[in-house]
Design a protein around this ligand. Structure first.
Ligand code: CMP
Length: 136
């Protein structure tokens, strides 16, 4: 059964010219793009997107970072798209968790600057897609 997930190429990925690399890996996996947009992130959207982390010590820097430059938001579609993209992304910590061959394993060093975001559950995907692509 096909499902959708929200992928963000974070400001570090956009600044480093890795948008094409991310899209290429999504497409090579067999997933498709249902919608895509390069945009500046308003603070209110960032706060809502990361609401589950609002009590974490790194919440402030997370908001600073995600609003520090444009991101590319992508609605990605396909069978098991949520898990499939998380497999492509690799673990949140790009060195201790993400393995080589994954986006974070290949291109990132720090948890804070880990290149991409992918929804972590069907509930998160639904909530995040409504926030980023209300018309989808
Ligand atoms: P993401 O998948 O976008 O979801 C939450 C983000 O918080 C995560 O990726 C990391 O970028 C960030 N994050 C998680 N843990 C830490 C941490 N210890 N310090 C800074 N940022 C973190």
């Amino acid at each position: 059964m096909s499902e959708r997930t929200l992928v963000l190429v974070k400001p570090d990925g956009v600044k480093r010219g890795l948008v094409g690399e991310v899209i290429s890996r999504i497409e090579r996996k067999g997933l498709t793009l249902a919608a895509m947009d390069l945009r500046a992130v308003e603070r209110s959207v960032a706060e809502e997107h990361y609401a589950e982390h609002k009590d974490k010590p790194f919440f402030g820097e997370l908001l600073e970072f995600i609003t520090s430059g444009p991101v590319v938001a992508i609605a990605v579609e396909g069978p098991r798209a949520i898990s499939a993209f998380r497999q492509l992304a690799g673990g949140t910590d790009p060195v201790d968790k993400a393995t080589p061959g994954t986006l974070r394993g290949d291109f990132a060093l720090e948890t804070q600057f880990n290149l991409v975001h992918g929804s972590d559950s069907p509930e998160s995907a639904e909530r995040e897609l409504k926030l980023w692509f209300p018309d989808l």
